[in-house]
Design a protein around this ligand. Sequence first.
Ligand SMILES: Nc1nc2c(c(=O)[nH]1)N[C@H]1C(S)=C(S)[C@@H](COP(=O)(O)O)O[C@H]1N2
Ligand SMILES: [Mo]
Length: 380
Amino acid sequence: MADTGVNEGALVPTSAALPSLPYELPLRPVEGMARWLGRVLQPLAFRMISMIEQRTDTMSGPLTPVDGYFRRDRHRHPEVDAATWRLRITGTAADGALTFDQLRDLPREERLCVMECAGNGNHVMGSAGLLGQARWSGPTLRTVLESGGGPGPATHFAFHGLDPIPLVRRGYHYGLSLDELDRAGAIVAVTMNGQPLPRPRGFPARLVVPGIYSMSHVKWLGHIEGKTAPHMGIHNRWVFTNHELQDGAWVRVQARWIGLKSMVTRCQRSAAGWTLTGWAWGGGTPIAAIEVTVDGGRTWEPAEFTPPQAYFPEDPLAAGAHTHAWTVWTWQWKAPAPGDYEIACRARDVDGRVQDLEQDPKVRGHFNQTRVKWRRVRVP
Ligand SMILES: Nc1nc2c(c(=O)[nH]1)N[C@H]1C(S)=C(S)[C@@H](COP(=O)(O)O)O[C@H]1N2
Ligand SMILES: [Mo]
């Protein structure tokens, strides 16, 4: 699965006429830690809380390489021996356990999907590198459940990771309803971009829930627990929640489906000036248009884009495998004069919805901040 080079055609890495121009311009966030700490200190601060953003040089095209993929966890990566590992399943029609070989022998499906931390790109971070897109494969959760006689009485599931959390002594866990898992087309992934899962990505198996924020994509999966009521562990109940104004009262709401979003990821030199590249995703419906502004929002111009199903001509994706994949876009910035610019992009979907310019005043919290992400760029 090679990079399809969707963006490469427009790029001219060297130009005899403009020998002193850099090949790529940094896009500086306008708020949050990324702005206040700067490009050297911010990654160090983020690393202290086990948060590693995707590198800029991996931020083009439809596929994030395994090396460079963002990371967000609680520091400790369990070392799992696949020979003795078992995937325990309880609370379903019949309790049971699968070995790694049994799991790998089940029929697999593939998903190309955005994996995005619910807090990605919020006002505290400023930057927006906690997302990636890979081709994952594994049996669907349904297939796994059916291999043991079906969900039985379970209407909700908790997914338990094997990572020990100091003090709490329990692995990471997150829960979703069976209805949400079915609608997302959740899989128990055993490969990432055609390889066995690397240890930081959850070897030997992780849950992948296309369209739902990645706090639910439990790594080092050890136990699927069927329940007859929503799982209300700490991450569901407290950690990944916003407050929303509903009927005059602020209520706590769990992060779930990824909202309609886009971002400018790179600004690279081209023959005629600069090529802006980025992604648009979320909302669960295909992207209809992406608009770019380089004058602080006074004017917006349409970008060119490639829909996900066109990404891999030699190794096409099955229908339904890319419902929650990002769309790659480019826009040619023709010879702007030297100076400072405020740039951004905005996504529209086929149902006519448009990405918000401002934070919704009825939502408070760090998660699912969909509003347009401004960047400053200094053109030499
Ligand atoms: N077992 C386990 N799974 C986990 C986590 C964790 O700490 N432990 N973190 C979650 C969160 S908050 C995110 S954003 C994603 C990040 O996935 P990645 O580290 O593979 O990029 O994993 C999720 N799955
Ligand atoms: Mo996250």
